[in-house]
Design a protein around this ligand. Structure first.
Ligand SMILES: Nc1ncnc2c1ncn2[C@@H]1O[C@H](COP(=O)(O)OP(=O)(O)OP(=O)(O)O)[C@@H](O)[C@H]1O
Ligand SMILES: [Mg+2]
Length: 483
């Protein structure tokens, strides 16, 4: 009865034979490949639970195979075996490159079995952690979700675990993150998971309400408190009594109100405009901002004492471009919801269409993704969303905005040069992920590697890559600008 499947990538037949025998006796199914490219293809084909591979297999440089594996299959532990090792190399492999373990040959069969056992356990353990910390989404069909929040990437798991920890208390939480990253959703989730869930969740957007009205929105007013105050009115604090109040875009709140808010948070009572007495309120306050709160303090628009009062706990939502692992889950979830809403036939998204989503920078984060999917669902007449349903969006808009996404070449450029530029640009765009770049270019990984090797040999690589990396950092910072 096999425990699981192990892929071995090594060109040394003696090692491969010993390893297969040992792991076979221990109950594992083994597959072996002698070079890196076949190894990569085998991972996709046979989905091993653990990979044992040579640190420098033929056909690839340095730790490149390990890097590719970590980038494309982060959940599969990789055990490295080196023909010659050193402590420095082992440390680098494990700490910087994410290898599970580093062996120097000859490898003792018993140690190999032990390490592979542990590697399998670690992969299982990661799943357990996920189950424990997470509650299933409402429909039970979305395994990687927390309440209504979708995503299984590392950064989102950290968010879930923070939300879980803070939900039961009444502490203030400051939620930060770029526009469209899900700050309001996180606030609602905290409320839903808290003992306050039966009372109101009230949200007020401090940047959308005119200054003159905001005070009465927050604290309420008595009849006749100001012109137009025909009746007495409760403010957000009173409405949220027993529940949760989200102060959205808190850094945009006028200074005089920040001072009043601070007093309310400290005294836990509010006085309506034109009112004579204080009303006690039991409200949990959450605040959100898409600015860096410390920058806002430095800029003099956000009171430092209010910041410290509010950010007892800070939850920082990662931008979508730093959690692209979540794209398939998010897209699938949105397709389901939106095709039901619009009564459309779309049920899934093709790999090619996902690739298009993957190279986009997502300045508008999850909200922007939702808009792209909604448009695709509406224009798609079949069950599968294809490349052309999503491509026009990023390509049209982004190509104009960021020249990095297009290549302009004079008519008559040799085709080989056109190919070289396209290849290097695509690699740059995919953060040097060769598997992804090959998929986008619709060539095999092997072809991509061969072309790169030939550029390298002819000295056509370094100079170009250098210049690309400099555009890369400029693009990364300009990409942060909101649209
Ligand atoms: N993790 C997620 N899973 C599912 N949907 C999400 C997730 N994060 C955000 N969304 C969706 O993205 C959209 C934007 O989310 P939300 O309004 O919470 O963002 P925000 O950070 O408050 O944005 P802003 O700063 O512009 O106010 C909503 O439609 C929300 O449903
Ligand atoms: Mg919001």
């Amino acid at each position: 009865m096999p425990h699981g499947r192990v892929l071995i990538v090594d060109a040394d037949p003696l090692f491969v034979r010993t390893a297969r025998e040992a792991l076979g006796v221990a109950g594992y199914e083994t597959i072996a490949e002698s070079d890196a490219l076949c190894g990569m293809e085998q991972v996709a084909a046979s989905q091993p639970g653990v990979i044992v591979c040579n640190a420098h297999p033929p056909g690839i440089e340095g730790f490149e195979l390990l890097r590719e594996l970590r980038a494309n299959y982060p959940e599969v532990p990789v055990v490295l075996v080196a023909d010659e090792g050193s402590i420095e190399l082992a440390l680098r492999a494990i700490q910087q490159e994410g290898a599970f373990h580093f062996f120097e040959k000859p490898v003792e069969p018993r140690s190999l079995i032990e390490v592979v056992n542990r590697a399998f356990q670690s992969a299982d353990g990661a799943d357990d952690e996920l189950e424990d910390g997470m509650r299933p989404a409402g429909d039970g069909e979305t395994p990687f979700a927390f309440g209504k929040l979708i995503g299984s990437s590392e950064p989102m798991r950290r968010v879930y675990s923070l939300v879980d920890q803070v939900a039961t208390s009444s502490a203030s939480v400051l939620i930060t993150g770029e526009s469209g990253t899900g700050k309001e959703m996180v606030a609602r989730t905290i409320h839903q998971l808290s003992p306050r869930r039966r009372a109101q969740f009230v949200a007020i957007n401090c940047s959308a309400i005119p200054e003159t009205l905001m005070e009465s929105e927050l604290f309420g007013h008595e009849r006749g408190a100001f012109t137009g105050a025909a009746t007495r009115r409760q403010g957000c604090f009173e409405l949220a009594h027993g529940g949760t109040l989200l102060l959205d875009e808190i850094a945009e709140m006028p200074a005089f109100l920040q001072a009043k808010l601070l007093r309310v948070l400290e005294e836990r009572t509010v006085r309506r405009l034109g009112g004579a007495h204080e009303t006690p309120v039991d409200v949990r306050v959450l605040a959100a901002t898409n600015r860096d709160p410390h920058d806002a303090v430095r800029a003099g628009v956000f009171r430092e004492d209010l910041l410290y009062r509010l950010n007892v706990i800070t939850i920082e939502l990662p931008p979508l471009r730093l959690r692209k692992d979540d794209l398939p889950l998010l897209a699938q979830h949105m397709i389901k919801r939106l095709s039901a809403r619009h009564e459309r036939p779309a049920r899934r998204i093709s790999a090619a269409a996902l690739d298009v989503l993957n190279i986009h920078h997502w300045p508008g984060n999850v909200r922007e993704l939702r808009n792209v999917i909604e448009r695709a669902v509406i224009i798609c007449s079949g069950e599968s969303i294809e490349r052309h349903h999503v491509a026009p969006y990023p390509l049209d808009q982004r190509a104009r905005a960021r020249s990095e996404d297009t290549i302009t070449l004079p008519v008559g450029t040799p085709l080989e040069e056109v190919e070289r530029q396209m290849l290097l640009r695509t690699l740059h765009k995919t953060d040097n992920n060769k598997t992804r770049a090959a998929a986008l270019l619709q060539i095999s990984l092997k072809t991509l590697h061969n072309k790169l090797r030939s550029y390298r040999e002819r000295g056509l690589l370094d100079e170009l890559q250098g210049s690309h990396f400099s555009t890369s950092s400029a693009a990364a910072s300009s990409g942060k600008a909101r649209e």
